[in-house]
Design a protein around this ligand. Structure first.
Ligand code: SAH
Ligand code: SF4
Length: 391
């Protein structure tokens, strides 16, 4: 007997089980879902159809129990339950602010935690989600930047944040009803923890699920990805996702931007603007949002406002002024209200809408852009209390 044969045979006959239990189907693309079903024994000829059925149950109806997938044969449902799970990040705490803002603290595999924030407004409801635990970039005003990157979120963990919020808002359509046009969760912003363009594939796959017409069905115009300026991935975002883009601009000279957003040393303002100019055409999106954090005495002068207008000339833009959200030990202070108003006036007079982002959910510290920091602080102080008590 050929000595190699049994080894080959062994490999061939190893059942396609995941090493650590059943496979989670949440976050798989349509093709990956089909392959997973084939791997579990679905005949290839039927696999596309079965994948579409499962997909619709999961992403249109929000069903998590295979037994409820009533257009599939009973045996097939049992086979699914044996091989697969449908798991979202686990909600550890849920807080509702006086202004209706909801904040969820969620646990993901490995025990890491991410925060998800839902902000209701009169004409929309926006969900702020995270793409990484921590961030490798070190923007000097951002609390996330002081944390070590722990890891990228999977596509399932990213779309899972949207799904758990829909669960909590009780917003999955009821069988037999039409999809409501006025949704509670109508918009997504990737403005939580992490740099989405450093986790491109997972973010893309998750947003493709969010936009899929046979599922959650959010328009790409209602999804905004915020980047610190990862220039090579900006063109890819236009081509492969096509969502709205926001950019953490924050400064009008390379010197200042180098200290605030250090990725500027790699791709400077001019290079970034070039990529931004190309974005609306390729993605067929409307306007780019320029985020600008107002830091006292650093980037908030009248000259800064005028330089900003000059720099973005010719780019369809909206400027989002963000009063700095101070955190303990932060090296900056928030600009005064008068300064922010004067800055906003210059921008407004140049013809730009310049909404000042109102801090929302302040009673539960839900400000996007510094998610989880409050929890970490709370934990630190608890640890401090324990240390003080000699525990
Ligand atoms: N990493 C991405 C997205 C997450 S941050 C990015 O940098 O764009 C979302 C927004 O919140 C960014 O514009 C970020 O610069 C801003 N931000 C971070 N920390 C902040 C703080 N302490 N106060 C105000 N805005 C902050
Ligand atoms: Fe990362 Fe964005 Fe914070 Fe910069 S502002 S450290 S890119 S999360």
């Amino acid at each position: 007997m050929d000595a190699k044969a049994p080894i080959t045979q062994d490999v061939m006959t190893i059942p396609r089980k995941m090493p650590d239990g059943p496979m989670n189907l949440i976050g798989l693309s349509r093709d990956q879902l089909r392959d997973a079903l084939i791997g579990a024994g679905t005949p290839e000829k039927q696999a596309k159809m079965r994948a579409s059925q499962v997909w619709q149950w999961v992403y249109h109806w929000g069903v998590r129990d295979f037994a409820e997938m009533t257009n599939l044969a009973k045996d097939y449902r049992a086979m699914l339950a044996e091989n697969f799970v449908l798991e979202l990040p686990e909600v550890v705490t849920r807080q509702v602010s006086e202004d209706g803002t909801r904040k969820y603290l969620c646990r993901i595999a490995g025990g890491h935690e991410v925060e998800v924030v839902y902000i209701p407004e009169t004409d929309r409801g926006t969900l702020c989600i995270s793409s990484q635990v921590g961030c490798t970039l070190t923007c000097s005003f951002c609390h996330t930047g002081t944390q070590k990157l722990v890891r990228n979120l999977t596509a399932g963990e990213i779309i899972g944040q949207v799904m758990l919020a829909r669960d909590d808002l009780d917003e999955w359509p009821k069988p037999g009803t039409r999809t409501d046009e006025s949704r509670l969760l109508s918009n997504i912003v990737l403005m939580g923890m992490g740099e989405p363009l450093y986790n491109f594939e997972n973010v893309r796959d998750a947003m493709k699920i969010a936009m899929d017409p046979h599922g959650i069905q959010l328009s790409r115009r209602r999804i905004t990805l915020s980047t610190s300026g990862v220039v090579p991935e900006i063109a890819r975002t236009a081509e492969e996702i096509g969502c709205q883009l926001a950019v953490s601009f924050h400064a009008t000279t390379d010197d200042v931007r180098n200290t605030l957003v250090p990725i500027n040393k790699r791709w400077n303002i001019e290079t970034l603007l070039e990529a931004l100019r190309a974005y609306p055409k390729v993605s067929n999106s409307e306007r780019i949002t320029f985020e600008y954090v107002m830091l006292d005495g650093i980037n908030d002068s009248d000259d800064d406002a005028r330089r900003l207008i000059k720099l973005i000339d010719g780019i369809p833009a909206k400027i989002n002024l963000i009063p700095f959200n101070e955190w303990p030990g932060a090296p900056y202070k928030r600009s005064s209200n008068n300064r922010i108003r004067a800055f906003a006036d210059i921008i407004y007079n140049a013809g730009y809408a310049s909404p000042v982002r109102r801090p929302r959910g302040e009673d539960i510290m839900a400000a996007c852009g510094q998610l989880k920091s409050a929890t970490e602080r709370a934990r630190k102080s608890r640890a401090q209390i324990a240390a003080d008590a000699g525990l």
